[in-house]
Design a protein around this ligand. Structure first.
Ligand SMILES: CC(C)(COP(=O)(O)OP(=O)(O)OC[C@H]1O[C@@H](n2cnc3c(N)ncnc32)[C@H](O)[C@@H]1OP(=O)(O)O)[C@@H](O)C(=O)NCCC(=O)NCCS
Length: 173
């Protein structure tokens, strides 16, 4: 292995002990969409396979949190899921956040991992809420925006202006 390989960012499963680092990155990257550490911890506990950290050398430089969920149901921000649905029909990508210096390929690699996880769970759809101006990025990764009716718009309210609910069909090419 070349010396560079050890510092090349790579995704690994998140451990409970990663919570402080995840929460610190969330606070830094999402100052206007704050979530309590306990809320993030619950997702890690409910779906450890979907919650991953991006590691560069010894540093955690990003995280991704995903879990099985129901299409068209949008978990409110900064609130507990309580439990995962028994009849989940999508994997919901709650958040992907990467420190600026480690961006470039990170979201693509994380989503590829969640795609594999969804497929192996018999789930054929990925879902997310795009915030800020990330819609073109998610489109690039195969997600498509849903035309939001009044009910969907109300559910999106806690995610800020411009939030867009998007789905990716894994059975499409
Ligand atoms: C969102 C975020 C995780 C993306 O990380 P990243 O490593 O830069 O993402 P990637 O490079 O894997 O981007 C995925 C694809 O989108 C493309 N892309 C990036 N920005 C784009 C844009 N503005 N328009 C169109 N495509 C874009 C990339 O080129 C890449 O495509 P490619 O693999 O074919 O080249 C990172 O920018 C971030 O942490 N942002 C702040 C937090 C945030 O907004 N999270 C999302 C909440 S919904």
């Amino acid at each position: 292995m070349s010396p560079n390989n050890s510092s090349k960012p790579h995704w690994r499963p998140a451990l409970p002990s990663d919570l402080d680092a995840i929460s610190a990155i969330a606070t830094q990257i999402h100052p206007d969409l704050p979530e309590r550490a306990e809320v993030l911890a619950e997702k890690m506990r409910l779906c450890p396979d979907g919650c991953r950290v991006l590691v560069a050398g010894d540093e955690i430089v990003g995280y991704g949190l995903s879990h099985p969920w129901m299409r068209h149901r949008i978990p409110p921000l900064d609130d507990f899921l309580e439990a995962l649905p028994d009849d989940a029909d999508c994997f919901y990508v709650h958040d992907v956040a990467v420190l600026a210096g480690s961006r470039g390929g990170a979201a693509r690699a994380y989503v590829a991992g969640i795609e594999d996880l969804a497929r192996s769970s018999g789930i054929a759809t990925l879902a997310l809420v795009s915030v800020y101006a990330t819609r073109p990025l998610w489109q690039r990764l195969g997600f498509r925006a849903l035309a939001a009716d009044a009910e969907l718009r109300a559910k999106l309210a806690s995610y800020g202006a411009g939030a867009t609910y998007m789905l990716r069909n894994l059975t499409a090419a």
